[in-house]
Design a protein around this ligand. Sequence first.
Ligand code: HEM
Length: 182
Amino acid sequence: MDHRPAGYGTTARMLHWLVAALILAMIPVGLLMVQDGLDRGLGDALYLFHKNVGSLLIVIIALRLVWRLTHPPAPLPATMPDWQRRVAGLSHLALYGLMVVMPLSGYIRVRAGGFPIEGLDALGLPTLVPRSKPLADAASSLHELAAWALMAVLALHVGAALHHALIRRDGVWARMWPPRAR
Ligand code: HEM
């Protein structure tokens, strides 16, 4: 009898990989664009990408949260020890929390600092945050701190996924991929 857990649906998988791909692009771009001595044109292009794709991520992550809250995740295999279940639950909670904190703190940092977000401005969307240097500075510090926390939790998440794929081979890795690739 096959004890492997049921897989995720198409929407859950697409949202997972779309958010993963965009966040994995946002992190190196964010780290690079804050470096001193960067070519001006390159710096501007990286900021343009980061601010606008990041703002789009607010919408995609909101959709992902709604989906997650209305569709329970596939259960973990019965063979998984309790402590690993607890770590998995806590790390997923941390990932969702950081997925909310990152784009919102970025948005507040930019808007409170009085800077444009070209895509939102072109759509005529109003600024939702008052202009304030202390608020911009606080949001900037939070954005940087949360970025490092996100990198740490992501490393744990990817490491655990690879552990399931290569060592446990319990179906947890496969269920986040399209059925044909399993
Ligand atoms: C999931 C989404 C996001 C991720 C993963 C992310 C990641 C990062 C990272 C890794 C840095 C470098 C931090 C450092 O070392 O100082 C950074 C900086 C920055 N990010 Fe984001 N970011 C996201 C969303 C946003 C959004 C939506 C905006 C604005 C609309 C934004 C605006 C900025 C700005 C302006 C900086 C430069 C640092 C500062 O001046 O505070 N980010 N981001």
